[in-house]
Design a protein around this ligand. Structure first.
Ligand SMILES: Cc1ncc(COP(=O)(O)O)c(C=O)c1O
Length: 296
């Protein structure tokens, strides 16, 4: 764990079209995004000096903002170019990329029609999301008390900061009990996802995953489904009830941060990371590196 606080790291941050010193990328305490969660963000990883699916992430940032009723004032191409330049300036080849767009501090109150839309991109070196040694054995998940909300009650298709409130609460509660993360059910009581990653299960050589109708259809989720199909595995997207977890032999999470992470336990249910988890974990790592993409 880095001893240096995140706001004290070195380098630059792209902030509203300019490259500013890392420590100067600040916002005012009366920022609308801070008070009312009017913010959308992305999480991306660079491998071998190239951000995996950069354009797809920036397209999703635009879509997330649209869902929250604002427009990101930089095109997807401008955000792509800014990220590529920033990655070069930071000098990293393996890194995490965090763009965020938020309503500014021009007025205070629920309504913020004329507040400036700010955008920043920060890039830092970041290893495995979960403890690497634990990752291979499979991580342990608790079952969260909070549930993913009904799409009628929250903008579920947006990667909106506000939706992470229940994720942080759930992850902290799980960590307090010694778990790495928590699996969240949805408003219907069906299996949804982890606090920052999608979830997959394996039964008799077939892959099962919940339908992303009230949580993000992750870019990694879509990539892993494609990789699984390339391998000839059958992938079934369907409603999964928590009681069914007893019937699955393998379980893994997918996400830009989490990559493919095998799971060994969810509450009372146990799984054994085996061929399918390991194959997809390795296939994903091959897929994200530029060499693999160039060789296709
Ligand atoms: C709540 C949640 N679900 C799913 C995902 C996976 O999305 P992606 O694969 O696009 O990173 C993430 C990570 O961004 C997430 O935070």
């Amino acid at each position: 764990m880095a001893a240096v606080p995140f706001d004290q790291l070195d380098g630059q941050i792209w902030f509203n079209g300019e490259f500013v010193d890392w420590k100067d990328a600040k916002v005012h305490v009366l920022t609308h995004g801070l008070h009312y969660a009017s913010a959308v963000f992305e999480g991306e990883r660079a491998y071998g000096g190239r951000v995996f699916k950069l354009t797809e992430h920036n397209q999703r940032l635009h879509k997330s903002a649209e869902i929250l009723g604002f427009t990101v004032p930089y095109s997807v191409a401008e955000l792509d170019a800014a990220t590529i330049e920033l990655l070069k300036r930071q000098g990293f080849s393996e890194a995490y990329v965090r763009p965020i767009a938020w309503r500014g501090s021009e007025s205070m109150g629920v309504s913020a029609q004329n507040n400036r839309i700010n955008v920043s991109i920060a890039i830092w070196q970041w290893g495995s999301y979960f403890n690497p040694a634990e990752k291979l054995k499979g991580i342990r998940l608790d079952i969260a008390e909070y549930r993913r909300p009904d799409p009628k009650t929250a903008p579920c298709a947006s990667k909106a900061a506000g939706l992470y409130m229940i994720c942080t609460i759930s992850k902290h509660a799980a960590e307090a009990k010694g778990y790495a993360d928590a699996m969240m059910l949805d408003y219907r009581g069906q299996v949804a996802e982890a606090t920052g990653a999608n979830i997959f299960f394996v039964k008799d050589g077939v892959i099962h995953t919940p339908v992303p109708d009230c949580f993000l259809n992750g870019i990694t989720r879509q990539t892993v489904i494609e990789l699984a199909k390339r391998r000839g595995y059958q992938v079934i997207e369907r409603a999964i009830m928590p009681e069914e977890l007893a019937d699955f032999s393998e379980c893994f999470l997918t996400g830009s941060a989490a990559e493919v992470t095998p799971v060994s336990e969810i509450g009372p249910y146990t799984f054994k990371p085996a061929t399918i988890s390991e194959t997809l974990m390795n296939d994903y790592m091959k897929e994200v590196y530029p060499v693999a993409a160039a060789a296709e």
